[in-house]
Write a protein that binds this ligand. Structure first.
Ligand code: SAH
Ligand code: F3S
Length: 478
């Protein structure tokens, strides 16, 4: 599509919005937790746009307040409870009939309990029930509490075109799988997001094309386990009977999907998350190496460096298998950045296990990491069958140790980039200095550099790195 057509399309959209303005209601939607929650809120905004809702960033003027919640750790839930108190105060102060709804993982986990515990809540909706929002809102209008927390075997919202929220107009998320079948013993996600299913590749391609036509330059393909993507006509991923009835050649796995997207839009930057080590096959690595528009960055949560703990976590990889995968990445994709998720103090973790985590970190020297102290989640296998027996002080001390190690490694990795030149996608102005652009290189490192010449958001520029911190590369445009 030419730029002119894009402009006309945008004007058309503005016109439709204007026409609707007479009856437009205001939606305030806030998201906590993972990237998929951010994308789900965009799907919700799209479902509600058809109902005449326009989004607002001003809580006080909202007719409907929705909070998309996270249950992954106890602390995440406490943050949301606090936020709900704020909404309640605003609702009490406002003369209008503001409605409050809870979406996402906490809605799914607590179900009707939420309505009992939080009297101000009108609406509880789980991650697979967003299409039902218009009906639920009608029930609320009739003065009833409304709830739908039914999990689905095939809902992927494939045909819903997300309304981009808080967007920089450059990068966007595209969901490719939903749910998780892995049942890691510490994790609440399989219970809150249900069984794993993949989205129709044609609807993925359509969404990516639409983004390109609207000037987006970077997409992140999202899934709890993006690498286990498998399309053979819809339905549960692990419905093996159906899968085996379909010839292997006609099904589409993650490597094929990546290739399809990379070929369809050779100038669009492609990222993906999250890769579960046991789902990441070598053909995906070759696909990344083959296409320059697929970024050289892999988020590869390991959780622990000890095989004994990995087994207790029901992770399907061992320390040894993980190291083989790391070695393969290094061999097949030179200059690939790798990041991790790690948990300290899982049930029965000893000092020896912890040392194994530290030594694994030394081996990989990750570019980034996301590190957490174990938080027991009700309903998980670990909560039912294991004892959360590592004292909090020890969990925290171990967490500090891995964070400190990661900071050292991040600095080493950043220092390796000094003197090199990278292609950077400009995605905003530096927060610290309005005379500097910020963007990311293929390896997902943040790069800041002075604004020179007629460059703009969404431009790709070459930047030579001159210095760094553990978190940022600094450079000059070439
Ligand atoms: N595959 C998912 C993982 C979701 S949870 C994805 O899309 O990223 C993100 C991370 O939170 C996990 O990798 C794990 O490191 C951490 N986590 C999950 N459950 C946890 C718990 N009960 N306590 C502490 N950290 C947890
Ligand atoms: Fe959670 Fe393990 Fe799935 S961390 S999201 S159960 S891969």
């Amino acid at each position: 599509m030419t730029r002119q057509v894009v402009e006309e399309k945008k004007q058309g959209q503005a016109l439709i919005t204007k026409q609707k303005q007479g009856n437009i209601k205001k939606l305030f939607i806030e998201s906590y937790g993972c990237q998929m929650n951010m994308n789900d809120s965009e799907i919700v905004a799209s479902v509600l746009a058809i109902e005449g809702y326009d989004t607002t960033n001003v809580l006080e003027e909202a007719d409907l307040v929705l909070i998309n919640t996270c249950s992954i750790r106890e602390k995440a839930e406490l943050t949301i409870r606090k936020r709900l108190q704020k909404y309640n105060r605003v609702k009490l102060d406002s003369n209008r009939k503001m409605k409050i709804g809870v979406l996402g993982c906490m809605a799914e986990r607590l179900k009707t309990k939420f309505l009992e515990e939080e009297k101000m809540i009108d609406l509880v909706v789980g991650p697979d029930a967003y299409r039902d929002l218009p009906n639920l809102l009608k029930e609320v209008e009739d003065g009833k509490d409304a709830i739908n927390v039914i999990l689905s075997k095939d809902e992927t919202y494939g045909d819903v075109s997300p309304v981009r929220l808080n967007s920089n107009g450059v990068s966007a998320f595209v969901t490719i799988t939903r749910g998780c079948d892995n049942m890691c013993t510490f994790c609440v996600v399989p219970f809150t997001r249900g069984r794993e299913r993949s989205r129709d590749p044609q609807s993925i391609l359509k969404e990516v094309h639409d983004l390109w036509n609207n000037d987006y330059k970077e997409i992140t393909l999202l899934g709890q386990n993006a690498d286990s993507y498998l399309w053979y006509g819809g339905g549960l991923k692990k419905d093996l009977k159906k899968a085996s009835e379909i010839a292997q050649e006609t099904s589409i796995d993650f490597a094929k999907l990546l290739e399809m997207v990379a070929l369809a839009l050779p100038k669009m930057r492609i990222r993906f998350a999250t890769s579960n080590p046991h789902d990441m096959h070598v053909n995906v690595l070759h696909t990344i190496a083959k296409y320059t528009n697929i970024c050289n960055y892999i988020h590869l949560p390991v959780q622990s460096g000890s095989t004994r703990i990995l087994k207790k976590m029901n992770r399907q990889h061992t320390r040894k298998a993980y190291i083989v995968l790391i070695d393969n990445i290094r061999k097949i994709i030179p200059n690939c950045a790798i990041s991790h998720d790690l948990i300290t103090g899982f049930c029965s973790e000893t000092e020896e296990d912890h040392q194994e985590t530290l030594s694994l970190m030394d081996y990989v020297k990750y570019n980034f990491g996301f590190m957490f102290a174990y938080s027991e989640r009700p309903g998980t296998l670990a909560a039912k069958k294991m004892i959360d027996n590592v004292p909090l002080a020890i969990k925290k001390r171990r967490l500090t140790e891995i964070i400190n190690k990661q900071m050292k490694h991040s600095l080493i990795r950043m220092q390796e980039s000094v003197g090199k030149t990278f292609e950077v996608l400009i995605d905003g102005t530096s927060k610290k200095n309005k005379n500097e652009w910020k963007g990311r290189n293929s390896q997902n490192a943040v790069v800041v550099f002075p604004k020179i010449g007629a460059k703009k958001m969404g431009d790709f520029v070459n930047v030579k790195i001159t210095s760094c911190t553990a978190a940022t590369l600094k450079g000059i445009m070439k």
